[in-house]
Design a protein around this ligand. Sequence first.
Ligand SMILES: Nc1ncnc2c1ncn2[C@@H]1O[C@H](COP(=O)(O)OP(=O)(O)OP(=O)(O)O)[C@@H](O)[C@H]1O
Ligand SMILES: [Mg+2]
Length: 249
Amino acid sequence: MSRIIGLVSGKGGVGKTTTAVNLASALVEHGLSAVVIDGNLDTPNVGVFLGNPVVDVSIHRVLQGKDSFLNATESHISGLDFVAGGLAGNAMRGVKHSRLKKIKELDHDFVLVDGPAGLGADVQEMVKCLDEFVIVTNSEMPAITDALKTVKYLEGKKKKIVGIVVTRVKKDNLDVSLNSIEEMLEHPVIGMIPEDDHVRESVFLKDTAVSAFPSSAVTKGYLRLGAGFAGIEYTEEMSILDKILGWFK
Ligand SMILES: Nc1ncnc2c1ncn2[C@@H]1O[C@H](COP(=O)(O)OP(=O)(O)OP(=O)(O)O)[C@@H](O)[C@H]1O
Ligand SMILES: [Mg+2]
């Protein structure tokens, strides 16, 4: 049976889609199968991130009852699978959110649903259909404050919060510390993903950072996060090239 997890945030633009595709890619690297579902129905961009914005069968078609999740599943060069959103202006016409429950027909080890920001109707409908959630935030106070609202909303709906993924972590000490984030959100931080330009480069390459830049800092962050989900120990073996590059840093 698949493990189905929704990625939600609170504040927009904190790295949910980046986390969905790179966590899926990391799970694939760990030998598991993973599919990313674009649950951001108004402004879908999983397909755009993966260089495949126009698909034959979109999640909108599935939620309109016209096709199945199986038919909507596309493969990506990184090894992950994905279900993209439809980009047409009228894509939401006839969409019934409760059909999201049909993702149970997918048999991947992990099904990751990339959610929209905020706590609007689309998120509320997504929450009705899923049981487990990961909260994505950056380490700035406004994002954490918004994440707290989402935590409280999910708790109110008796949903399981697996943990917090903190993205775009910078080396300066200007942001909220890991301990304070855990204290404020009252859930464990399960992943710390560094700020890394390889994310932008990978979108340009239509690939995930994990697949395109295997020894980058962001990849190591996602591989460690993925290992936690896969239940394996992640040891960061430094390649000779890594070591040589490290001497020059
Ligand atoms: N670790 C990182 N290092 C550098 N840039 C990053 C990192 N993670 C995400 N970004 C950048 O941050 C921006 C927002 O990321 P992303 O689209 O994943 O956020 P989101 O939470 O899905 O946004 P939305 O709420 O609009 O769906 C993108 O430009 C992405 O390239
Ligand atoms: Mg997104």
